[in-house]
Write a protein that binds this ligand. Structure first.
Ligand SMILES: Cc1cc2nc3c(=O)[nH]c(=O)nc-3n(C[C@H](O)[C@H](O)[C@H](O)COP(=O)(O)OP(=O)(O)OC[C@H]3O[C@@H](n4cnc5c(N)ncnc54)[C@H](O)[C@@H]3O)c2cc1C
Length: 454
């Protein structure tokens, strides 16, 4: 398979001809199949007749590191260990618990590698990681396994869904739905390497997490479990039982009416290709399939395109001119309903529907899409400035949501401030940015049932 549109060489260093293996640093595409980055690493290993080492590390000091995120990631480790071993790949998982544990493991592993393959992901800490690893004195390749369409196919920031949609639709018919993992020629699943390693099993996850210097106040999700197997189970359930009426239920937070696959897509436990193939092949009306593909491809790839091309993706500076202007015009409007960030975080506001949304986020680690829009919009009224509202939303979303720290996180929150949207009617505080109220929202679905369920 030609992967050239998905591969970027990050430096001009020469091959380490003494390298004993090819190293794949798995950061975001945490899966042992349906993975372009893995396929490229296997291809590189086969061309040099070398074994492959896949390294996945989890450190204690990334922003918002907490029990919920750690647990979800650890739940996907044992299955990868088994699958990689079967494929003849040496897979190493290492949990760096605190300052005293060994660090710089990737750089140390790279010393004996011929070349390095890494995940190309457009936001959060990954671009910085890749910049640092590109300084090594051996070739480093970043592979984009994010979307259906390679990020390089759209070289500029798209303005909105209506501008990206026709471009994606032109490219989609010819793009693969299945990513077959190539055979690895030199199989050494127990290859001796200089690297600390953590053995993870379902029985020791809680203990491992408790030993880490991370935020222990954010508990593991009471509903969602990490890993490709868990993601596939939910995908099968979704395709059989929810997809046939997705277009009608996706906006009803009081029922199980959407895929709830975003945490699995975020951590790369599932590839978008696998999800799209399952939906396209399902027995379901085309209206339902189209509604799902609009979200999973058009909206999702718009977010990735945004974070790839806009260096201000985590700031209000990335908003369109009309939104910036209306915010300037209304910056000094009185805010009669100001609330402390602590009360907002604790789901202790006067708005019961909003509190229910925050409770869902606090306990499950996910927030229904329809509620998420209201969740973001209301905070704009409750903070003294747009910047404070934005920062609080990013903080809460990235701290509690399993799917946080994603291109969709930044694009979704910025949408509340007008990104990828259009001007509406003028009003206080919001100016021409679209406004939503809990009262009008509550009329559109069974709000009482939703509030009782979370
Ligand atoms: C304030 C706010 C914050 C958000 N934060 C996040 C976030 O942190 N992570 C995240 O993945 N999404 C975020 N979104 C987008 C959207 O709400 C979630 O993707 C969706 O709720 C996930 O639920 P689902 O998997 O059941 O979606 P489904 O309706 O089943 O959709 C399938 C997939 O399509 C993608 N998708 C769905 N809606 C959107 C959308 N509006 N924009 C982009 N992609 C979409 C997701 O990958 C999702 O898993 C946010 C939206 C808003 C308004």
């Amino acid at each position: 398979m030609d992967l050239s549109s998905r591969v970027t060489k990050l430096n001009q260093s020469k091959l380490n001809t003494k390298g004993r293996y090819v190293l794949y640093w798995m950061q975001m595409f945490k899966r042992a199949s349906h993975n372009y980055a893995l396929n490229f690493a296997i291809q590189m290993a086969n061309e040099r007749q070398l074994p492959l080492v896949v390294y996945e590390g989890l450190k204690f000091y990334y922003p918002w590191a907490n029990d919920r995120i750690h647990t979800f990631i650890l739940e996907g480790v044992a299955e990868k260990q088994a699958e990689f071993s079967e494929r003849g790949v040496r897979y190493i998982f290492y949990l760096q618990r605190n300052k005293r544990d060994p660090r710089n493991t990737v750089a140390k592993l790279a010393r004996e590698a011929a070349l390095v393959v890494t995940d190309d992901y457009p936001c959060f800490i990954i671009p910085e990681h890749n910049q640092r690893i590109a300084e090594l004195k051996l070739p480093v390749y970043a592979v984009d396994a994010n979307g259906m369409v390679p990020l390089s196919a759209l070289p500029k920031e798209e303005y909105a869904a209506y501008t990206i949609r026709p471009k994606l639709n032109r490219l989609l018919p010819d793009l693969p739905r299945t990513i077959v993992t190539p055979h690895l020629d030199v199989q050494k699943p127990t290859l001796d390497v200089e690297c600390p390693e953590t053995i993870v099993s379902p029985d020791n996850i809680a203990d491992l997490v408790s030993e880490c210097d991370i935020d222990h106040t954010v508990k593991p999700s009471n509903r969602y479990h990490g890993g490709t197997a868990a993601g596939r189970k939910r995908l099968t359930h979704f395709v059989r039982n929810i997809l046939p009426h997705y277009d009608k239920t996706r906006n009803d937070p009081s029922v199980d009416g959407s895929s709830r696959l975003s945490p699995y897509l975020h951590f790369g436990f599932l590839s978008i290709q696998e999800v799209v193939a399952a939906v396209e092949q399902a027995k379901a009306p085309n209206t339902a399939k189209d509604a799902f593909l609009e979200e999973a491809i058009v909206r999702r790839e718009l977010s990735f395109n945004f974070t790839r091309h806009n260096p201000d993706y985590d700031s209000l500076k990335s908003l369109p001119v009309w939104a910036l202007k209306t915010m300037r015009d209304h910056a000094d409007d009185p805010r009669p309903e100001l609330l402390d960030a602590e009360r907002i975080e604790a789901a202790d506001t006067y708005d019961e529907l909003w509190n229910a949304a925050q409770r869902e986020l606090l306990s499950t680690g996910l927030l229904h899409n329809y509620m998420r829009m209201l969740w973001g919009k209301r905070v704009i009224e409750w903070q003294r400035s747009y910047e404070m509202a934005f920062e609080l939303l990013v903080h809460l979303n990235n701290k509690y949501a399993l799917d946080g720290r994603d291109p969709n996180s930044y694009a979704g929150i910025l949408w509340c401030f007008g990104k990828h949207d259009r001007p509406w009617f003028e009003r206080e505080i919001f100016g021409t940015i679209r406004y939503m109220t809990s009262r009008s929202m509550a009329k559109k679905f069974n709000a009482r049932r939703y509030m009782g369920s979370v």
